[in-house]
Ligand binder design. Structure first.
Ligand SMILES: Nc1nc2c(ncn2[C@@H]2O[C@H](COP(=O)(O)OP(=O)(O)OP(=O)(O)O)[C@@H](O)[C@H]2O)c(=O)[nH]1
Ligand code: SF4
Ligand SMILES: [Mg+2]
Length: 425
């Protein structure tokens, strides 16, 4: 289950006391603290429940001022974390000199419209006298609230929490996973299960749908379709499906299917029964209700040309075997429908590090069930800035069955198909 958390990142120069601040907040040795500059390399995350703020994800980052090749990589990762943060805690040791790194963080936070609070970390109480010089060097600081403390002093924790609670406004919204689910109605969850299905559990979107329907007093019914038999038009398999639909009767309010079964479900689902896919449900949830943006991106499919390049982006590194959607099914579909279109892949949690995003006509993103809304929204923001349209697996697999099929899976979300597709390029 995805818990929606505000993400609080800790940034600053090397040795400013960022890891000490992390440990002050988590009340344990979460990050290594040491006098050696550059101690923190990879960003270190900790999940925490903060009274008055709720569940948060704290992220301690490397100092961005290390002037080595490794330092450049640390800096790039820290700036990626910044893009995903809801709150930037800028740790400043006022007794240091040269505040260009702090200026970089301030400018990035303002550019990305991030909330930023300043933590003056005093290694000695007398260093408070230096804050005026810091504010002279960094005029942007006047727009941000500040606290003065000693990160190594456990007694400062409550004051820091109070400061954050008083000055941080959470903008994280919880999107309904299935806003159209009705009480006392059946929902059929079509879960074909294949070689990639884990042995002892449902996939995350399936489990989330089941939990959400139950929470809403609806009745989830899991149904396992034999995809091979269904594709071979096996009459027994068709009868199995028709039987379950008939048994649920008028109380069947909708079907949520694995996207890869869209070719069958488009034909087999009675016209009166709403149909959508787990992938569409998930991308709407993780993007916090921005499904319409992903639908708009799909219009590019109408004008793909040989030589165009598309990126298939998956947000995790699950084991890919047999008929994997991202590596086998969607590429096969693209090659069939749009010969000559080139396909690249981007797997895993890193995305912004891909410096060639602007060469893609379209990004086709998975459901994103393994990443936070902040991470997905940071991806979307980057793509919006460089003007690369994006869509989603579920949308593409429905579109492959025709515009009517796409209209059908979007209908439960109240998103109409554009009447005339936008042509780009
Ligand atoms: N006296 C004093 N020492 C501090 C304070 N904050 C940090 N230090 C010391 O400063 C050194 C660096 O602290 P860290 O918390 O590791 O600093 P950092 O910003 O995480 O450093 P990097 O990971 O190297 O970028 C350690 O020796 C800390 O004990 C403070 O408030 N007072
Ligand atoms: S993050 Fe994407 S690729 Fe990974 S399991 Fe979820 S939907 Fe599939
Ligand atoms: Mg550190």
């Amino acid at each position: 289950m995805i818990v929606i958390r505000d993400q609080i990142g800790i940034f600053g120069k090397m040795n400013a006391g960022k890891s000490s601040l992390m440990n002050l907040l988590t009340q344990q040795a979460t990050s290594i603290v040491d006098a050696t500059p550059g101690t923190t390399a990879d960003a270190k995350a900790a999940l925490q429940e903060i009274h008055g703020l709720g569940p948060v994800k704290l992220v301690d980052t490397a100092g961005i001022d290390e002037r080595t090749g490794l330092g450049g990589k640390k800096r790039q990762q820290a700036m990626t974390v910044l893009k995903e943060c809801d709150l930037v805690l800028l740790v400043v040791n006022p007794a240091t000199v040269g505040f260009e790194p702090e200026q970089v963080i301030l400018e990035a936070a303002r550019e990305l419209d991030k909330q930023l609070l300043v933590v003056y970390n005093l290694f000695d109480p007398s260093h408070a006298a230096h804050t005026a010089a810091v504010e002279h060097a960094l005029p942007l600081l006047r727009f941000h609230r500040k606290i003065t403390l000693a990160a190594v002093d456990a007694g400062c924790r409550q004051e820091l929490l109070h400061f954050v609670r008083a000055n941080f406004v959470s903008k994280t919204v919880r999107t309904d996973l299935l806003p159209f689910a009705r009480r006392d109605a059946f929902f059929l969850l079509n879960i074909p299960m294949d070689d990639e299905t884990p042995p002892e559990r449902l996939l995350r979107p399936q489990a989330m749908a089941e939990a959400e329907l139950t929470r809403r007093w609806a009745w989830p019914v899991c149904y396992r379709m034999d995809l091979a038999k269904a594709r071979a038009d096996d009459p027994d398999e068709r009868r199995r499906f028709e039987t379950i639909v008939a048994r649920l009767g008028d109380n069947l309010q909708g079907i949520i299917t694995d996207s890869q079964a869209m070719d069958i479900m488009n034909r087999w689902t009675p016209a009166t029964i709403p149909l959508t896919t787990f992938s569409i449900m998930m991308i709407n949830f993780v993007s916090q209700g921005r499904l319409a943006d992903f639908v708009r991106g799909a219009a590019v499919l109408d004008s793909l040309q040989p030589g165009d390049r598309i990126l298939i982006a998956e947000a995790c590194n699950h084991s890919r075997i047999a008929e994997d959607i991202g590596t086998v099914q969607i590429p096969a579909l693209i090659r069939r429908r749009w010969p000559g279109v080139m396909i690249d892949h981007n797997f895993g949690r890193e995305f912004q590090a891909n410096g060639t995003l602007n060469r893609y006509r379209l990004v086709i993103h998975c459901g994103g069930c393994m990443i936070s809304p902040q991470k997905l929204l940071a991806r979307i923001r980057d793509l919006d800035v460089i003007g690369v349209p994006y869509t989603n697996y579920g949308i593409v697999l429905a579109y492959a069955q025709g515009r009517e099929a796409l209209g059908k899976v979007l209908a439960p979300w109240g998103i109409p198909l554009p009447t005339s597709p936008r042509k780009t390029g």
